[in-house]
Design a protein around this ligand. Structure first.
Ligand code: ADQ
Length: 473
């Protein structure tokens, strides 16, 4: 197989430790093979990445160890419509089942398409004939069709990091047929869970008369595609090595000293309405109300890193969270005990394993999540001799794999409180058994397995698709 070219909205220097599931996973993939990573620079320029707004896009290139990084700038108008408007104001909420939060402004879709065309024009001259292109996430659904329109013949795969909702929810997006036809322009498509994969297959059957073609493939729009359910994994060895490094150990020791008389519950998230943070804080309040012995003995540390602050739904959740935490601390706090420690910031990745390891319980309770890598990181960071307990939402993609976690419905506040109580009381033997099984799953389906399985499927697509007429949007 030739060079791997990864394309995602943002790129990150793989030599630095980054926050963000996609950045970490892609960095691992590209470091292993050497390759090209293409995306938006994160910068805005008035000419929108093209001299005088027209002509060929200006591409910034940089060598980062074995990986070449190539980026383009965006114009302020494109940023507003492609990134804020369509990607995060339409696709993110709808794909997380939140039609109520979607803003279907007709202008956004134009900007979304324009930026995908800009990406295609900027990327094409950088490609070699034997490259394999792997596009990531909802910002770039039409990219394969735009590349094909310019004559690109290399195999192109796509991985969706967020959930894919059922056909009827997708059908609420004006232009959903255009969007989904864009998805069908890829050769192989990866989804985080069987549920997402099933939704895709149902959509193409119901809306585009797709026919099964054997071996998991489908014929649709006169071409063959291969959708797969392929949960993203963790680099377990890398994360465990991070847990043994000085920064994580120091964090662990500090936490143990500070909380020697208490059991720590931990939550680590981007501050996003999909993560179920208000429901989680309410469930913790319910725990203190219903199980008085947990007062003084349990402390919730909730880290919520700032995210997409230019989207209004995010500022609403910030205020709600602050007031919920304040109310619990006001009602139950003592001079020597604060029930909730809420921090609106990012924790350095090198310190995270220490925080996880010092915690008896992790609360990973999203209302909807593609996968949720925090759940996997928590398991990998535990001391196998004395591991903590994972409380996991049944609506996280990770729930399909991590069966030995304690499962909750985050909308059920009382039920979640009762499960957190169980987790706090769980004996050593059961904790070890559950953790052993969870860690075995993590190792069996790690990030290398994820990457190899996807690229193998894409390689096979390459063999059978040559000569097929390309789909035009
Ligand atoms: P995210 O929604 O960003 O990613 P997640 O899988 O939880 O969600 O990944 C978060 C990553 O960022 C983890 O590595 C975590 O350690 C880090 N992180 C999160 N909050 C942090 C904080 N406050 N401080 C420091 N680090 C923090 C999307 C999808 C997910 C999917 C991933 C990968 O929404 O469902 O799992 O992509 O496919």
């Amino acid at each position: 197989m030739g060079r791997i070219v990864a394309v995602s909205n943002r790129v990150a220097d793989p030599r630095r430790t980054a926050a963000g599931g996609l950045a970490v996973a892609l960095g691992e993939v590209l470091k292993r093979s050497g390759g090209l990573w293409f995306g938006w620079s994160g910068k805005l320029s008035d000419d929108g990445g093209s001299p005088s707004g027209g002509g060929e896009p200006r591409v910034h290139q940089q060598q980062a160890g074995p990986v070449k990084l190539a980026t383009v700038d965006l114009s302020p108008a494109d940023y507003e419509s492609y990134y804020v408007g369509y990607s995060n104001g339409v696709l993110w909420p709808v794909f997380h089942y939140r039609l109520d939060l979607a803003d279907f402004d007709a202008g956004y879709i134009e900007g979304y398409r324009r930026v995908n065309q800009l990406f295609a024009r900027a990327l094409l001259p950088l490609l070699r004939p034997d490259d394999v292109i792997w596009v990531h996430d909802y910002h770039l659904i039409p990219l394969a069709a735009e590349l094909r329109a310019l004559g690109c013949t290399q195999p192109i795969g796509f991985f969706l990091h967020i959930p894919l909702p059922p056909p009827l929810i997708l059908a609420a997006i004006p232009g959903h047929d255009w969007l989904m036809k864009g998805l069908c322009s890829y050769d192989a498509l990866g989804f985080q869970s069987h549920a997402d994969h099933d939704h895709f297959c149902r959509y193409i059957q119901d809306e585009a008369h797709a026919q099964e073609a054997g071996g998991g493939r489908w014929r649709v729009f006169n071409r063959t595609i291969h959708p797969l359910a392929l949960p993203i994994g963790l680099d377990v060895d890398e994360f465990q090595a991070l847990a043994e490094a000085p920064e994580a150990r120091e964090m662990y020791e500090r936490m143990r000293r500070e909380y020697s008389r208490r059991k720590v519950l931990v939550g680590v998230d981007r501050l996003d309405y999909s993560k179920g943070l208000p429901q989680r804080i309410r469930a913790f309040g319910e725990l203190l109300a219903r199980y008085p012995e947990t007062r003084q003995s349990a402390t919730l540390i909730q880290i919520a890193s700032p995210s997409r602050e230019d989207v209004s739904a995010y500022t609403d959740i910030l205020h709600e969270l602050e007031s919920l935490c304040g109310a619990i601390n006001g009602n139950y706090g003592e001079l020597d005990w604060m029930p909730v420690r809420y921090m609106h910031r990012t924790v350095a990745r090198a310190r995270l394993p220490g925080l996880y390891r010092a915690s008896r319980v992790a609360l990973v309770t999203p209302l909807r999540d593609g996968m949720n890598l925090v759940a996997k990181e928590f398991i990998a960071a535990q001391d196998p001799e004395d591991p903590g307990v994972l409380v996991l939402s049944r609506f996280a993609g990770a729930a399909e794999q991590l069966k030995e976690a304690l499962m909750v419905n985050p909308y059920d506040i009382e039920g979640t409180a009762a499960t957190i109580h169980l987790a706090l009381q769980m004996g050593l033997e059961e904790r070890r058994e559950r953790h052993g099984a969870l860690l075995a799953t993590l190792r069996r389906q790690d990030v290398h397995w994820w990457c190899d399985t996807f690229l193998e499927a894409l390689g096979q697509a390459e063999a059978q698709e040559s000569g097929t007429p390309w789909l035009r949007l």
